[in-house]
Design a protein around this ligand. Structure first.
Ligand SMILES: Nc1ncnc2c1ncn2[C@@H]1O[C@H](COP(=O)(O)O)[C@@H](OP(=O)(O)O)[C@H]1O
Ligand SMILES: [Mg+2]
Length: 289
């Protein structure tokens, strides 16, 4: 954490730098500890990455607030008149130190990620995401470097084929079978919200649909990356995704190629799934193997 110039990086470059640094902590942990005790490996990964990221944020962005999955009270829904500093802050880093924790603890899997997003109050009536990076430390770029997607990725060309829809391996939405039938689509199970959104951005799939439970840190950085690439990102009823709320639950989302958004939203509504009036947590579907 002594790199010269880190303090001068703009927010987007800093987000990418931080995602890459966290990966440098997580990758050796898997090699050192092995996979015999998955629960201990998950805990060690969550802790080490959270520690590195919050230390870096305190050093390089001391005036900003942080919402991390791994902090005490992260999941608490605050009521009026109480709450952490982030609720009155102008800038909040929303981080998931290790997304796809389950896959991180399984040998050979590369579908886990590090999420770094910056929410800023001045970015809209409800604030908005102004920077974001998703690091995938177990995947590499063509020149062998660690894969980190920022918010300036190009939109991949449209494909004239049945839609491929990324879904959770372990907790896919209950309506996914019906959705796939309605669209003559194909479900593509994989781990990590960040990896699934990046698969949309790179053109590996055309959409990512989730429902049944998630928190702001699961989608903030991936959504910043998706919006930067010109993708559609919303709740599954088409309403906006809002961040840095008193209640951090954000249980459903749709990220997809822009030209598919209307068709997908319409098909999701036709499945009869209960639409998200609030942050109600619903039931997840049957897991993929
Ligand atoms: N029904 C649910 N309730 C709460 N969190 C959920 C969930 N389904 C998925 N998630 C969270 O969303 C992230 C991506 O899930 P998945 O890999 O299954 O697609 C994971 O984050 P973490 O790995 O950070 O816990 C997971 O915990
Ligand atoms: Mg997560």
């Amino acid at each position: 954490m002594t790199q010269d110039g880190t303090g001068q990086l703009d927010d987007q470059a800093f987000a990418e730098w931080l995602a890459e640094r966290a990966g440098e902590t997580l990758t050796p942990l898997r090699a050192q500890r092995g996979f015999a005790d998955p629960a201990a490996l998950k805990d060690a990964g969550d802790r080490a990455s959270h520690e590195l990221m919050t230390t870096a944020l305190a050093r390089w962005r001391p005036a900003d607030a942080v919402l991390s999955e791994e902090e005490a009270d992260a999941r608490r829904a605050w009521t009026a008149g109480e709450g952490p500093a982030r609720l009155s802050a102008d800038r909040v880093w929303i981080i998931d130190p290790l997304d796809g924790t389950r896959e991180f603890s399984e040998a050979g899997r590369t579908d886990w990620a590090v999420h770094v997003a910056l929410w800023q109050r001045s970015a809209g009536p409800d604030g908005g995401l102004v920077a974001g990076a998703v690091g995938m430390p177990a995947r590499t770029t063509l020149d062998g470097g660690p894969l980190v997607l920022g918010n300036r990725c190009p939109t991949p060309p449209a494909v004239d084929a049945p839609p491929r829809i990324a879904v959770s391996r372990s907790r896919p939405p209950a309506f996914v079978g019906e959705l796939v039938d309605l669209l003559d689509a194909r479900a593509v199970p994989m781990g990590s919200a960040g990896v699934k959104v990046c698969a949309v951005v790179t053109g590996e799939v055309d959409a990512y649909v989730h429902a049944g439970g998630q928190y702001e840190w699961d989608s903030a950085a991936p959504v910043a990356v998706a919006l930067g690439a010109g993708m559609h990102a919303s709740r599954i009823d088409g309403s906006p995704l809002r961040y840095n709320r008193a209640d951090p639950r954000l249980p459903d989302l749709l990220v997809c190629r822009p030209e598919l958004a209307e068709r997908l939203l319409d098909a999701i509504a036709r499945t009869g799934v209960e639409m998200p009036a609030s942050t109600v947590t619903g039931s997840a579907g049957k897991a993929f193997g």
